[in-house]
Structure formats: C-alpha cells, structure tokens
Design a protein around this ligand. Structure first.
Ligand code: ARG
Length: 460
C-alpha cells in the first residue's frame, strides 16, 4: 500500500482495519465533480494572487479535465488507501502532472474543501428537488381541476364532517408543497456560502482572495468565521428538516390513498402499475407504493435525528465526526427525489369514484352544520340550532334516512323556523356553494385557488 500523504510523522502504517473504518471514498466519491470545480476555483485564485504560476495553473486545469472525463466515463480508479474523494483526485492529479499537482493544496485544508464540496453539491440537488416538487404540484393541480366539483366527505377524527370537493382536498397538499418549496428556497440561501479560505480552522497566511473564489463558484457570500465555516453542518441539518417535512406531507397523502383504496371507502382505484399482488392471496391488489412512501418518511426523519445528534457534542472546530454527515444527507436527497417523482406519476394513475364519495357524504349527515347555520340565519342562537339539529340527526338515524330525505313536516317538528327552501342547504351541492370565500370549498373558489397556484408555479 502506498503511504498516506500525511504519513511523514508516523512510525508505522495505519492498520488495515482502521483504513477501512476511516475511509469515506466509497460514498464521498459522489462529490467528485464538485470537488474538481472547487479545486479549479482555488487554483485560479492562487494564480491571481501570485502564489501559483501560469504554467502550474494550466497543468492543473488540463489534468483536472482528464480526471473529470475519466470519472464521467467510469474509468477512474478509486482507491481505499487514499481515504477520500479529495485525496484520490489530488493523487491522480499529481501522477498526471507532477509537482504542480502538489501545489494545489496550498492555503487549503480538506476541512474547508469538504465543506465547500457539500455545499456545491447540495445547492445543485436543492434546485433539482424544487423542480420535482413543482412537477408534483402540477400533477395534483391537474387532478384537482378535474374534480373541482366532485363531492366528497371531509373528515375530522376520520369521521364524516362536512361536504367538500375532492379538488379542494387535493389543493390542501398543493399548499403544503408550496410551503415546502419556500423552505427549500430559504435553506438554499444559507447553503450558498463559501467555506473555502477557512483552511484547517484558523484561515491561512497566504494572501487569498475569498471573494474571487466566491464569485467563481456562484456563492452569494463567504462564511464569515473560519472555525464556524469548517465545523458546522447546520445547513445540512436544516435541509434534512425541510426534506423530512416534505416526506411527512407525502406520507399523509399516501395514508389517505391507502384508506381511500380500501373497499370500505372505495373512493379511488389505483392504476395497476402502482400496485402489487400477493403470493398467497389471489384476490389481492395492494397499494405498496403509498405504503413505501409512508415507510421511507421514517427513514428521512431518522436522518434528521442522526445529523442533529452528530453535531450536538462536537467541540469547535472540525472533527472527524462530520464525515458521518454524508450518508444521511445523500440518502435524504435520493429518497426525497425518488419519492417526489413516484408520487407525481402515481397521482396521474388515480381513478376517482365520485359515486362512492357522494354515498359517504349522504351516510354521514355531512350537511348537519348547514341545517344549523340555516336556523341561525333565521334568528335562532347557534347553540339552540346545534341542539335542534342534533335531535333531527338522531331521529333521521332511527329512520335510517338522510336529513334531506326527511319530509318538511318531519323537519318542522325540530324547529318551526324550517320551511321548504331548507332542502337547498341540505344537499351536498348547496352546502359546498355556501362556503364561498377565499380558502372555502365552493367549486368556484377551488377553481380560483387552482388558478392562483398555477400562477405561482409559472412565476417561480
Ligand atoms: N473525509 C473527510 C470528511 O468527510 C474530509 C475532511 C477530512 N479532514 C481531516 N482533517 N481528516 O469530513
């Protein structure tokens, strides 16, 4: 095995077991393109301030483009002996171009290097995730538009509460996702700051130009304190928290799909391509995909807890603990990205069954509040109206009828204020139409909400 770049002060080589324990190249090679990007900006800066010659810069630039090509075509040989992505690339560069390669690390440490790589990588991934969250919103909006008038029961405590439209229900998720995107955009601001220049922890004695590197790499600012720059991963924690919230929202939607697909609800059917069968029970069609979304949400929440725990007892500045930030972070991005894609496509395969939704509205006395509101408008105090309608519901239950199926005479026994036009408010459509304000479930309001959401997406 080749000696480590830092092995000069040691009298024996690192134990094989320790090598495997401390190496991160198996996963951090994922940062390679960003590592090269950061190195090139650093080299250009060193050249600009007179620390690196023009010839050295040219050699580094050419060497790196060969390395990048090899990485992209999969022919780059990653060596565990070289520990991590940074030293694999630096060693290869030195093999290719000689001494110029050894000068690249002037005024830099792997500590500020890795922090820079992660930020460059995460910024790129956040942009991709924001795009995917937009696609999912579009998929939900298309379905909501088709069902802006489709009556379904709204629930509280999972018991039928009041009529809503299926479109309105879906728009709740569009709102959640819009906030999720805001959170990602906000996190991005704090991700997009440059650690490079902090070196190991205290800065460097070379006359570096951090603002030049910042501009080269498209960062909005430089990290102001060198200790903080190399040691904190709050930007990664914050991102994972935002990701866990997106997953939580998608998990709630998934739970509803699973319930709605159960024949006791029968509100939807799901495209066969999104379901699986059972190896023993021939009749089964299982909603595996939404179940997995629910399951994977636990995984991302776990990553958030892992990162918080990783950080909580670290003294300043860099500690090797931080190497453990990568796998949870990578898996968070992979899980969220795959889930956003799969849910967007799955929603396009949802078959809605309006008759079953309407039946559930009728069976649940969903318009009882409308009857109470009707009495209030006729002058009855709300509490008295509530009481009168509760008795009417009890009576209707005994008769096995819906409220709107009771006769005017029957209804009249609960309040003398009830007259023939009451039947307009007792229908699901009457109930929906009356909730006609911003945020309400009236179909025209749902259509307006859809239009606003589409505009928001276009402007983004
Ligand atoms: N692989 C390391 C990490 O991921 C890079 C920084 C190592 N720095 C050090 N002083 N050992 O954090």
């Amino acid at each position: 095995a080749s000696p480590k770049t830092w092995s000069g002060r040691f009298s024996e080589p690192v134990a094989e077991l320790v090598k495997r324990y401390t190496a991160s190249v198996s996963f951090d090679k994922r940062l390679a393109e960003f590592d090269i990007q950061g190195s090139l900006a650093h080299a250009q800066m060193l050249n600009k301030v007179g620390v690196l010659s023009d010839d050295d810069l040219t050699a580094i630039t050419n060497g790196m483009s060969k390395i990048l090509a090899a990485i992209r075509e999969g022919s780059f040989e990653w060596l565990l002996d070289l520990e991590d992505v940074h030293m694999n690339i630096e060693k290869r560069l030195t093999d290719l171009i000689g001494d110029a390669g050894k000068r690249l690390h002037t005024g830099r440490s792997r500590n500020d290097q890795v922090a820079t790589d992660i930020r460059l990588w995460l910024r790129h991934e956040i942009d991709a995730l924001i795009h995917l969250a937009g696609e999912l919103q579009r998929s939900l909006l298309d379905l909501a538009e088709k069902h802006a008038d489709t009556v379904m029961p709204g629930f509280t405590h999972l018991q039928v509460a009041q009529p809503i439209t299926f479109g309105h229900h879906l728009m709740a998720y569009v709102e959640m996702l819009a906030r999720d995107v805001e959170r990602l955009q906000d996190t991005r601001k704090r991700v997009n700051r440059l650690p490079l220049g902090a070196a190991a922890l205290a800065g460097t004695s070379y006359p570096i130009d951090r603002e030049f590197v910042m501009r080269q790499l498209g960062f909005d600012a430089v990290c102001e304190n060198s200790l903080d720059a190399v040691s904190d991963r709050d930007f990664a924690i914050e991102f994972t928290a935002a990701a866990a919230l997106v997953m939580t929202h998608l998990s709630r939607l998934s739970e509803e799909l699973v319930l709605w697909m159960n024949p006791r609800f029968g509100f939807i059917d799901m495209a066969d391509r999104y379901c699986t069968g059972s190896s023993i029970m021939p009749q089964k069609k299982n909603p595996d995909v939404p179940e997995l979304v629910r399951g994977k949400t636990g995984r991302v929440t776990g990553h958030l807890v892992a990162l918080l725990t990783l950080m909580k007892a670290q003294p300043l500045a860099y500690n090797k603990d931080n190497q453990e930030d990568k796998e949870p972070l990578f898996d968070t991005v992979d899980t969220l990205s795959a889930t956003l894609r799969v849910v967007a496509d799955m929603m396009r395969g949802v078959v809605v069954k309006p008759e079953a939704m309407r039946r559930a509205v009728k069976q649940g006395y969903a318009t009882a509040t409308d009857l109470a509101d009707y009495l209030v408008k006729k002058g009855l105090p709300f509490r008295d109206a509530h009481e009168a309608v509760a008795l009417a519901v009890r009576y209707a239950g005994e008769q096995r009828k819906d409220l709107e199926d009771l006769s005017l005479v029957e209804l009249g026994t609960f309040s003398p204020l009830i007259s023939a036009e009451v039947f307009e408010v007792l229908t699901p459509e009457g109930s929906l139409a009356s909730r006609n304000h911003i945020g309400g479930t009236a179909p025209n309001q749902v259509r307006a909400a859809i239009a606003r959401a589409r505009n928001r997406l276009e402007e983004a």
